[in-house]
Design a protein around this ligand. Structure first.
Ligand code: NAD
Length: 261
């Protein structure tokens, strides 16, 4: 636990399920008041809020798409009106849709780039503006992926978006280091969330994925939320512009591992 997080206020995009939800629940456990976001699943969102409130936490939600220009600003306004301020902004929302590149529809490409990369830019821009205007030494966390370094066949737009998130995160961290605003990324490997539902439900595919991961374990959302808590805490106070990989070794060139001699 990180006692200094108590009473802080965090905005987390795409938080009705998966990693965003896990981060929201972990932050709430730390005493952070959370402003959440969903696109359409209001029932799911309400259940997350009820769970947080039942555990003694405080949470509100804002409906909207991260690719819309004003969502991040609306979320920050809600943080200020409900909880008086904003300290931590987590750009988590992300999507993937498989397609061969030579057959990829422009709409598919745009959806991935608009959500994963432009959505992150809009969140970062709004958070920076708030932190700079109020001279707050705030904290920004961008959800990347191991695919910011590992190429991915069938998902070239996804890999391009996360590669973009990587360099954007580092460049913003550099630009705002004098303001003491920390900007970091998290690169999960394969985590058991709804985004991987098909793989998790197919025993053969699941086995194949486990075999690919050096520790042979698919990650749990709580393991990513733990990184998000550490990055928001003072324990990581000298860390900025970093991407923390939480991937069971997936980014370590597994084919050179001890089982492949
Ligand atoms: P998920 O599909 O379970 O959840 C994603 C959340 O984002 C959902 O709540 C969804 O509604 C929301 N979302 C999607 N598009 C949105 C938009 N345009 N506006 C607002 N909300 C939107 O996926 P997840 O596994 O929780 O993924 C979260 C993040 O982690 C993504 O950025 C993803 O790329 C990244 N990631 C996940 C994994 C994994 O294995 N699960 C691995 C690496 C990176």
């Amino acid at each position: 636990n990180y006692p200094e997080l108590k009473g802080k206020v965090a905005v987390i995009t795409g938080s009705s399920k998966g990693l965003g939800r896990a981060i929201a629940e972990r932050y709430a456990k730390e005493g952070v008041h959370v402003v959440l976001n969903y696109r359409s699943s209001e029932d799911e969102m309400n259940k997350v809020i009820q769970g947080i409130e039942a555990a003694g936490g405080k949470a509100v939600a804002v409906k909207g798409d991260v690719a819309e220009e004003d969502l991040a600003e609306k979320m920050i306004e809600t943080a200020v009106s409900e909880f008086g301020k904003m300290d931590i902004f987590v750009n988590n929302a992300g999507v993937q849709v498989e397609a061969k590149t030579h057959e990829m529809e422009l709409d598919n490409w745009k959806k991935i780039i608009d959500t994963n990369l432009t959505g992150t830019f809009l969140g970062v821009r709004a958070a920076l503006k708030y932190f700079v205007d109020h001279e707050i030494q705030g904290n920004i966390i961008n959800m990347s992926s191991v695919h910011e370094v590992i190429p991915r066949s069938g998902y070239t737009h996804y890999a391009a978006s996360k590669g973009g998130v990587k360099m954007f995160t580092k460049s913003v961290a550099l630009e705002y280091a004098p303001n003491k605003i920390r900007v970091n990324g998290i690169a999960p490997g394969a985590i058991d969330t709804p985004i991987n539902e098909e793989t998790m439900q197919d025993p053969e595919e699941k086995k194949g994925l486990e075999a690919l991961i050096p520790t042979h374990e698919i990650g749990r959302p709580e393991q990513i939320a733990a990184v998000a808590a550490w990055l928001a805490s003072d324990e990581s106070s000298y860390v900025t512009g970093a991407t923390i990989f939480a991937d069971g070794g997936l980014s370590l060139y597994p084919s050179f591992g001890p089982e492949n001699k």
